[in-house]
Design a protein around this ligand. Structure first.
Ligand code: C5P
Length: 297
């Protein structure tokens, strides 16, 4: 029997990545910015399914399928091609399906998380036993956020995204994600920065007490947020809408435009999400859990 017939379809979850805080602390000679960020992953996300096929294929479904490029620039296809180049002969043709539930170019790592899930799924399908450091290096060649999406657990991120230090004290936390219907270009927002040597993050709490984490959130920033708001003022409306519906804290993730609001209970997060959708049916609104441990839904 050929190896292509030994396994069926495999699915891997591609969780939304949330930057709880993001400080820009420097700049490399190649123009990439040095960050000090704390990321965690939500129980909402995309899904990647891979299976053996007669020839390579790529299909997309879901509410945000229309915005996904299906040419060679797509991060899923770049991940497939990079891994195939790495492992060679055993990388038989595959059909890849992406279920796209996260908005495109929205600061919650959709494309990077899809690439990471593709690498994980294809490693399993192709039985490629790559050391995690090699997989992270391959991920980094695809995008700065891919290694943290491969890790997919709460972590403090430094460098441009390649230095990943686990954070073991973040509590599971009900949040609502809101995107006011706009895609934001990451390079365009980084270009707006006037200061690139901000102070590092306040030390993350060594306890999972929610109030300690709220205090820490108030003591940190997203340095990209004011610049994203300058480009897309509607982001302020999304932040205001979150606090108006009861969020105890609201901030933009990554380079935007998606914002997260922190809620005391899942019921309050669900009620706020329902209200936000009533007020703005065109917005992406999702109540979800920020996972203190792993990101499996
Ligand atoms: O690595 P990735 O392709 O996701 O980055 C997209 C762009 O965002 C980069 O070309 C760069 O302009 C900007 N960027 C940056 N500093 C980072 C990450 C991204 O300046 N740490």
């Amino acid at each position: 029997m050929s190896p292509t017939h030994e396994v069926g379809a495999l699915t891997r979850f591609a969780p939304a990545k949330i930057n709880l805080a993001l400080h820009v602390v420097g700049r490399r000679a190649d123009g990439y910015h040095l960050l000090d960020s704390l990321v965690a992953f939500a129980s909402t996300g995309d899904r990647i399914t891979v299976e053996p096929a007669a020839e390579d294929a790529f299909t997309v479904s879901g509410p945000y399928a229309a915005g996904v490029p299906v040419d060679a620039g797509n991060l899923v296809l770049r991940a497939r091609d990079a891994l195939r180049k790495e492992i060679g002969q055993s990388a038989f043709p595959v059909r890849i399906h992406l279920e796209k539930t996260l908005p495109i170019a929205s600061g919650i790592g959709g494309g990077s998380s899809d690439a990471a899930a593709t690498l994980k799924a294809l490693c399993a399908l192709w039985k490629a036993d790559l050391p995690s450091t090699d997989l992270a290096a391959l991920g980094l060649s695809l995008g700065a956020d891919v290694p943290m999406c491969l890790y997919a657990r709460p972590a403090r991120i430094r460098g441009i995204g390649e230095e990943i230090a686990p954070i073991g004290t973040l509590p599971d936390c009900p949040i609502v994600l809101v995107n006011p219907g706009i895609a934001v270009s990451t390079p365009a927002i980084f270009k707006q920065l006037t200061t690139r040597d901000n102070p590092p993050l306040a030390i993350p709490p060594e306890t999972n007490a929610p109030q300690a984490w709220l205090d820490w959130l108030h003591a940190t920033r997203n340095d990209l947020q004011p610049h994203a708001i300058a480009v897309a003022p509607i982001i302020s409306e999304a932040l205001r809408a979150l606090t108006n519906t009861g969020a105890s804290f609201a901030r933009m993730s990554g380079s935007g435009a998606t914002c997260f609001g922190v809620f005391a209970t899942e019921a309050q997060a669900e009620a706020a999400a329902a209200q936000l959708l009533l007020d703005d049916p065109q917005w992406y609104v999702q109540a979800t859990m920020l996972k203190g441990s792993d990101s499996a839904p």
